[in-house]
Design a protein around this ligand. Structure first.
Ligand code: UT7
Length: 354
């Protein structure tokens, strides 16, 4: 727990007092953390459940294992989100009670109400802080970085806990019928503590947020008859199961993901090589590899950990961020591009000067 920290908000948030003027300073990432469920599901485990093979999965996706919640033991999105945020607070050496705002980027909140973020805040003892969920599928954490940055630059929030957490195993069919999606997704949570700083050079240099809702049918989870794209009949067997046009999303990602990187570099007036690290949504190793090659980047400039976690949706970017910070490969002074793409369809970036 930190005391007398100049970046600390008053308990209950900066918004509890008089509204300060917009700051001249910037925003920095002061700590990160991750949490994944204990239970691992390897490709060999999946071979026993469905007609698939380790070789097929590794070749097509780069995935070797994923972590999945044991829901019967109370694990769920908010429990792993809270664990990740607690770890990030420890890393930043701050008391969770001093957070102004808790944002949880997720598409697998426990229920429509309350927001998972409120339960995360309660679990950490930050009951007075603002808390809400941000739903942008695989882009959730990246859009969350831009959202938090904008709120903090208003001067009214000085310390924000941002989490990306998803538990898509809840929406999987681990039988032959679900094999094209069940191999791809895993559960996890990653978090970052964003703090206001007097240094105006720190924070977002450029960003992009886009969507094409007309293509939602490429990746969706129907809840009832209203949840289907045009031309698809309601089928009870599809309810609460991820529906994905794998090849359609693959083609979208291979084109759009590098395009949005190029667009962001252009906005910032930077070349691809000026960015120290690309922290990208982990959807498929082949998609990441294609983007890296398009920009002529060395392997160590675009991080890949999909082999150990699979596609964890909103958690994939902060899982990478935490591992990179812990290894000293992302640190103060670096330029880091965060990139998301996926369901919605959505795609976007957040380019930071750390
Ligand atoms: O984060 C959200 C964004 N999501 C993505 O970015 C996902 C993008 N898409 C993908 O990563 C790929 O489309 C997949 C990995 C999901 C699938 O790979 P694919 O190369 O597109 O395979 P496919 O769906 O075209 O299927 C090829 C063959 C089919 O058999 P036939 O028709 O050629 O005989 C499938 O039935 O592979 C078969 N197949 C499997 N075989 C073994 C499908 N799933 C499996 C499986 N194991 N799990």
């Amino acid at each position: 727990m930190s005391v007398q920290d100049p970046t600390a908000a008053s308990p209950g948030g900066a918004s509890a007092g008089r509204v300060p003027p917009p700051p001249a300073g910037g925003v920095t990432i002061a700590g990160t953390g991750l949490a994944v469920p204990q239970k691992r599901l390897t490709n060999q485990d999946l071979e026993r459940l469905m007609d698939t093979s380790d070789e097929w999965i590794v070749q097509r996706t780069g995935i070797r294992q994923r972590h999945v919640c044991d829901f019967s033991r109370g694990e769920s999105t908010y429990t792993i989100a809270a664990a990740a945020l607690r770890n990030a607070c420890d890393d930043a050496k701050i008391d969770p009670a001093t957070l102004d705002l808790v944002l949880v980027a997720t598409m697998s909140m426990e229920s429509t109400c309350p927001p998972s973020a409120c339960r995360v805040a309660a679990a950490l003892g930050t009951r007075n802080a603002g808390a809400f969920d941000l739903s942008a599928a695989c882009c959730g954490f990246v859009f969350g970085l831009n959202t938090a940055y904008g709120l903090m630059r208003s001067g009214q929030y000085r310390r924000v806990g941002l989490v990306g957490a998803d538990t898509l195993s809840r929406f999987m069919d681990y039988s032959n019928a679900g094999r094209s999606t069940a191999i791809l997704f895993g559960d996890g949570a990653g978090a970052a503590i964003l703090t206001a700083t007097d240094d105006p050079t720190k924070g977002v240099i450029a960003q992009a947020m886009h969507s094409d809702g007309a293509r939602f049918g490429d990746l969706y989870i129907p809840e009832d008859e209203r949840g289907y794209p045009e031309g698809v009949e309601h089928d009870p067997a599809m309810v609460h199961r991820v529906q994905m046009n794998g090849q359609g999303v693959f083609k979208f990602a291979v084109g759009t993901f590098p395009d949005v990187i190029a667009q962001t570099l252009d906005k910032a007036g930077l070349a691809a090589g000026d960015v120290d690290m690309y922290v990208c949504h982990q959807s498929n190793a082949r998609i990441l590899d294609a983007a890296r090659k398009r920009f002529g980047l060395a392997e160590d400039r675009l991080y890949v950990n999909i082999d150990r976690y699979a596609n964890t949706v909103a958690a994939s970017v902060p899982l990478c961020l935490h591992e990179l910070r812990a290894a000293g490969r992302v640190r103060a002074g670096h330029k880091v591009m965060f990139v998301g793409f996926g369901g919605g369809l959505t795609w976007g970036t957040s380019l930071w000067q750390l």
